[in-house]
Design a protein. Structure first.
Length: 334
């Protein structure tokens, strides 16, 4: 794509606990030249952003990336990002200076996904409930995603302009049956507060697997979530139980959040969701989710999203909205 020397472009990134996706946008809607990097392979967020700026300067001599919007898990305390799942600390000012950026904005990663939801093509959504119909986007909509952690946000309007951030991943995990209670009691011996992402995330899946293995009198064989998923696909009993329990527990949490927040539909995103898709469709998720809604109430629809660039698109939309607001402000005061 040719870029005029005078064109204003913005670097956009979606940084999770494991991977960072980086690209750039010219129109605040589409994202170009996306690269995926492992966070642990980079010394800092500044290194990721600065390297991309240099790469684009070489491949697109007419374009200078001086602005960046980064969707990233956690929240800001002053200049510092609070995030327990990243391999490095982040200061907004120092990161901007080191990456040679004039403007750096950090937004919540699932807030970015919520911003992007209205732009998702409806035909790409995968329904999770039997007989589920699509009446078109319903708001408010809950966006939930188990990844390295557990993110959740609400999209409040059909334009994606208004978003409500939540810290639902850090709310207390609730057991819904004797087996889950036993897992919760086991995890409580390790942590004084067992929150939702202690089980319902990629890292949490390993905690769940290890607890279930101990209950079965087995020595855990796997050390990473992807190994557990592969073993479950192969029919290994403890791994399969882990995915069934994970899916059912996730169904209960989603229903609790729908009831608490008044959501009219749900979108499941996040890296884990794509990897465990067959287990999410297998039954435990649907049974536990639907059980929260008594007849004659119809449970709000739940969609699975495989789109891997929603965070990037949300960051681009955020940049576009900031840019348009700045232009309006200048025009209003002219």
């Amino acid at each position: 794509m040719e870029v005029a020397a005078s064109a204003r472009a913005c670097l956009v990134a979606d940084v999770g606990g494991t991977n960072a996706r980086v690209g750039w946008t010219l129109d605040g809607q589409s994202v170009q030249d996306v690269v995926v990097l492992r966070c642990s392979d980079n010394a800092s967020l500044a290194h990721i952003l600065g390297s991309y700026v240099e790469r684009m300067a070489r491949s697109h001599p007419g374009m200078a990336l001086r602005e960046a919007v980064v969707a990233i898990a956690g929240y800001l305390q002053g200049d510092r990002l609070v995030n327990a799942n990243l391999p490095w600390e982040v200061s907004v000012a120092r990161t901007a200076d080191a990456a040679r950026l004039e403007s750096l904005v950090l937004i919540n990663d699932f807030g970015a996904v919520a911003h992007a939801i209205p732009g998702v093509q409806r035909q790409t959504l995968v329904p999770l409930l039997p007989g589920q119909r699509d009446p078109g986007m319903q708001v408010p909509a809950l966006v939930l995603g188990p990844g390295t952690g557990l993110g959740a946000a609400m999209c409040l309007d059909r334009a994606g302009a208004e978003v409500l951030l939540t810290e639902s991943g850090h709310a207390a995990l609730a057991a819904g049956n004797p087996l889950e209670l036993a897992v919760l009691q086991d995890l409580a011996t390790r942590w004084h507060h067992v929150d939702n992402e202690r089980v319902l995330s990629g890292t949490g899946m390993m905690h769940l697997y290890e607890s279930l293995a101990r209950m079965r009198g087995e020595t855990p064989l796997h050390r990473r979530a992807e190994q557990v998923v592969a073993a479950a696909h192969a029919g290994e009993a403890t791994a399969r139980q882990t995915l069934d329990v994970f899916s059912g527990w996730l169904g209960s949490l989603v229903a609790d959040l729908v009831l608490t927040l008044g959501a009219r539909e749900v979108y499941l995103a996040g890296g884990v969701t794509a990897h465990i898709a067959p287990f999410l469709h297998a039954g435990p998720f649907q049974q536990r989710y639907a059980a929260r809604f008594g007849s004659p109430r119809v449970p709000p629809p739940v969609w699975r999203i495989d789109h891997g660039h929603l965070g990037l698109i949300g960051a681009a939309i955020h940049w576009r909205s900031r840019t348009s607001c700045s232009v309006r402000s200048i025009e209003e005061h002219a």
